[in-house]
Design a protein around this ligand. Structure first.
Ligand SMILES: [Zn+2]
Length: 336
């Protein structure tokens, strides 16, 4: 069973009545999924679509994620599935797009199966679009379900809101958000997760994006520091201090992977047009010396988990890095 259509932990209370309605064939024709950004509204809408069509739903009524129908939902290729987004270079959803959608919804499917249209975000509909949609909602064709997604439901006209069944999405309690983030990104430390959740106003999916961006930014900073050390533009002690005690374990894990990359780059012959700073650095390093240094870093992966002074450990690794470059330069026969 694939997890792709499983509801997020904080959405279970919302899911149960929806699943019951799907089972009893009484799901509303127009639903408004309202709540802050990054909380999983679109994912929930896709779960509804999958649950309507899935050939082997689980006990909770969630799509299996692997049958033909589920896979077609995932690739947005299902014949009964329509998704309206703001087109590129537009600020709203055009009336033409809404008309095309309502026409599709009005055609009764030959096999009597459900039709689902997701509009995300619904507040990007203009007045003519909303009027066209209202007609469809007032005279729905059997088996059609319109799922409107909005972060600002108050921006929608009351005539539209009052005709939709509203599902209110709220951020989960911080403990639940933390536990979920930890599962998604096991290498992130608690303090960073808290920062990301605060910045995302408690919305876990948004926090995950922020966390991943933060991690990428941090790794880019670390790579730059290593190149600066290699070029003599930086000193090991201040660099170790800037990485800091709290990031020591994450840094050493990352360094291990970065060095493995260097080793792989060493075996790439010649300087191609995409010759990077990392690649030219790789060619300056003696392979035996690099191997020995990687072993030292590997050992530090264990030491950082013990009570070792983490900043001292970082200093010693960075001094070792500078030493590796100096020794490689003294023994050019080692280098490529
Ligand atoms: Zn399925």
């Amino acid at each position: 069973m694939s997890e792709v259509f499983q509801t997020l932990p904080w959405q279970r209370a919302l899911w149960q009545p929806v699943a019951a309605a799907i089972r009893q064939n009484r799901l509303g024709h127009a639903l408004l999924l309202a709540g802050p950004v990054g909380i999983g509204k679109q994912r929930f809408a896709l779960s509804i679509a999958a649950a309507l069509w899935c050939r082997s739903p689980d006990a909770e009524g969630q799509g299996c994620g692997v049958c033909a129908d589920c896979r077609q939902v995932l690739s947005e290729a299902h014949s009964g599935f329509h998704l309206l987004r703001v087109e590129e270079e537009r600020r709203d959803i055009s009336i033409d797009a809404v008309r095309a959608l309502t026409e599709k919804l009005q055609i009764t499917s030959h096999d009597g199966r459900a039709k689902v249209a997701i509009i995300d975000p619904a507040d990007a509909l203009n007045t003519s679009g909303i009027n066209a949609l209202l007609k469809t909602i007032e005279e729905p064709s059997p088996g059609s379900h319109l799922l409107l997604i909005s972060e600002r439901p108050q921006a929608l006209p009351a005539t539209l809101r009052s005709r939709c069944q509203r599902l209110r999405f709220a951020p989960p309690p911080p403990d639940q958000a933390h536990a979920w983030l930890q599962q998604q990104n096991p290498s992130a430390d608690a303090e960073r997760m808290t920062q990301a959740l605060v910045a995302a106003r408690g919305a876990p999916l948004r926090a995950l994006v922020l966390l991943e961006n933060q991690v990428l930014q941090q790794q880019a900073d670390w790579a730059r520091s290593l190149l600066d050390l290699a070029a003599g533009r930086a000193e090991p002690v201040p660099v170790a201090a800037s990485i800091g005690d709290i990031n020591a374990a994450a840094f050493i894990h990352w360094l291990y992977g970065w060095l493995a990359q260097l080793l792989a780059l060493r075996s790439v012959n010649g300087a191609g047009p995409d010759d990077s700073a990392q690649q030219s650095l790789a060619r300056r390093l003696g392979p035996a010396l690099l191997d020995r240094y990687i072993a030292e870093v590997q050992e530090s992966l264990y030491r950082v988990l013990s009570n070792a002074n983490k900043v001292l450990l970082l200093e010693s690794l960075l001094i070792g890095w500078v030493g590796l470059l100096a020794r490689s330069a003294r023994n050019p026969q080692n280098a490529a």
